[in-house]
Structures are given as C-alpha cells and as structure tokens.
Design a binder for this molecule. Sequence first.
Ligand code: FES
Ligand SMILES: [Fe+2]
Length: 346
Amino acid sequence: MGEFLRNAWYMAGWAGELGENGFTREICGVPTFFYRLADGSPAAMQDRCPHRFAPLSMGTRDGDLVVCPYHGLAFGPDGKCARNPFAERIPAGSSVPAFAVRELDGIVWLWRGDRDTADDSLIPAFPFVPDAPGWRTLTGYTLMEANYEYGTDNLLDLSHIEFVHKGSFAGQGVIFAGQHSVRDEGDTLHSDWWMPDIPPPSVAAGIFPPDMRTDHWLDMRWNAPASMRLNVGVCPHGAGRDAGFEVPQAHILTPANQHQTHYFWSTSRPSEAANPEEDAFLLALFRQAFDDEDKPVIEAAYRNVQANLERGGDFWAEKPLSLGIDQGGTRARRKIEAMLKAEANG
Ligand code: FES
Ligand SMILES: [Fe+2]
C-alpha cells in the first residue's frame, strides 16, 4: 500500500468551517482537530488525548489551550501538555502531534511534515475561491470511498466527460474533436484539452448564440498531493482566449486514509450579485456530476482492485491498460513516487 507524502500541503477544509468550535477531519489516517487561536489564526492537533485517547475536540478551551474532556490535561497549539490537573509535573510523553496550518484563499491547509519545515511557497494558489472581484464562488464537498490517486486519475483525464457526465456536463463529442496535452512545469503538472471550432459547449449557453463556432478549453493544473485547478474557457472561434471567458474551479483531493478521500470542489460564476436561483442550479448540477456520476464509477472501479491493494499490491501490479488519454494521471503517480523516494532518502 502506498504511503502519503509528508512534505506537502493537504487541504483540510474551507475556512468557513473553522467556526467557534472548529472541526475534526481524518487526514492521512490521523483524526485531526482544527480550531482557531485567540488571534484568529488556525491551529491543528491530533484529535486524540495521549492518556485514555478521548477526542480533544470534545473538550473545552482555556485561552489557546485545548482541555481534554476526560481528565483535564491541557495542550497548547504546539501540542505540548501545558497543564496536568493532578500534579505540578507534566508527564513525559504527554505531547500530542500538532501540525503547521495556514489559511489562504479561503482554504485551510495542513503541512504533514515537521512544523518547522513547513514551506509556504508550496501552497498552490486558488485566488478565486473567496469571491474574487466580479465573481461569485460556490463550494462543495464529497467523501469518496476510494484512494485519492484514483480521484486524480479521474480529474486529469477529462475524456470521461463524454461517458460519465452525459446527464450533466454533456460532452456531446467535443472531447473527441480536441487535442490533449500534458506538460511538466517543475513540480506542477498540466493536463489540458483544446477543442477548436465547435458549437458552444453547455457552459457557454446563454453567453454565445447556439449557431456560433467557438474554441473551448479545459486546462487542469495539478500540484502534489492532489490539488487541482480547472479553467473552463470558451471564446469565439479564432478570436483568441481574451475575447472569451474562463471559469476557474478548484478540485482538491485529500486522503482521509488509504481508502477514503475528501473531495473539495468549487465553481465560480462571473457575477458578484446574489442570485439564489442560479446558485441552486449550479450546485445541483455539480452535485449531480460529482455525487451521482463520478463517485459511483470511481468507487466501483476502486473496489475492483482494493482487495489486491490490501494484500500488498499496488496500482502498477494490476497492469492498467494505457490509452494515452490517461497520461496525466500516470505522470502524477510517477511524480508522487519520485517525491516519496526523495523523502525516504531524505
Ligand atoms: S483521556 Fe485526556 S486526560 Fe484522560
Ligand atoms: Fe468527472
């Protein structure tokens, strides 16, 4: 079974989830409690007291200390036990793993490696997630019963739109009319589709007349472990991308554990104005696409290999057929393998 990268940023949740009480989410096999310090900055620690393992999220707060609900040990944001109600002495081994956390672009990010090695420059940018000027952004979440790399395969190979998303995004053959290219840019991977001279795709309905010829693009950017941005664009055929419009989306996968994945997604529409009807329509469309269309096929495909993976096999041992269109997911897997190897050689 694969391991998880340590020196990488994992999306833990939307910043709005960090309310009064914080939230708990399993990240790479570790139930983790996210909360805000008195100065508003986010913090995270394993949601398990080292004494009798009570979830610290059930406890109370004393300033920046998290107080265990069971017997009252209190922990600081660095995970160190700061108070033992039964003695002056703080017992050895009483720390809880605590993590470096950042809040950027309306997203809470967790660094799995040592706190003092957290490298902020590696946080991928999603500047459109909080409503950017002129845009309104909708966010969502789905728990997927599959390893996160099977979700990456899905997102880096959008040819599945033609088959899986007949009821929602409706490819109508345009993917087959397009060209697919995958390229590296340092540690970033791009998996892009370019579909010139086609009728307006569904995303352009109401923006361009149905009898117009358009150029359409789907540009996917990937950063380890599985944080993806999709730009969905349409312009009048031959007029250049600047003459059209582009909708940015976030598709960010975080392993809960080997067999479950948190799928955070966002889409934006080019208007700041509240429009509950349009929001409801878009949310329903995306929920249909991800919950009713992607999720069942990804989970069922994963179930077909899960038993072998649990017996110690890996993805490659299943001898997956290569069709060319899948090279984005393949390269992402290779990049993760190389990064894991580099971490192991340290
Ligand atoms: S379980 Fe936390 S102090 Fe006992
Ligand atoms: Fe999909």
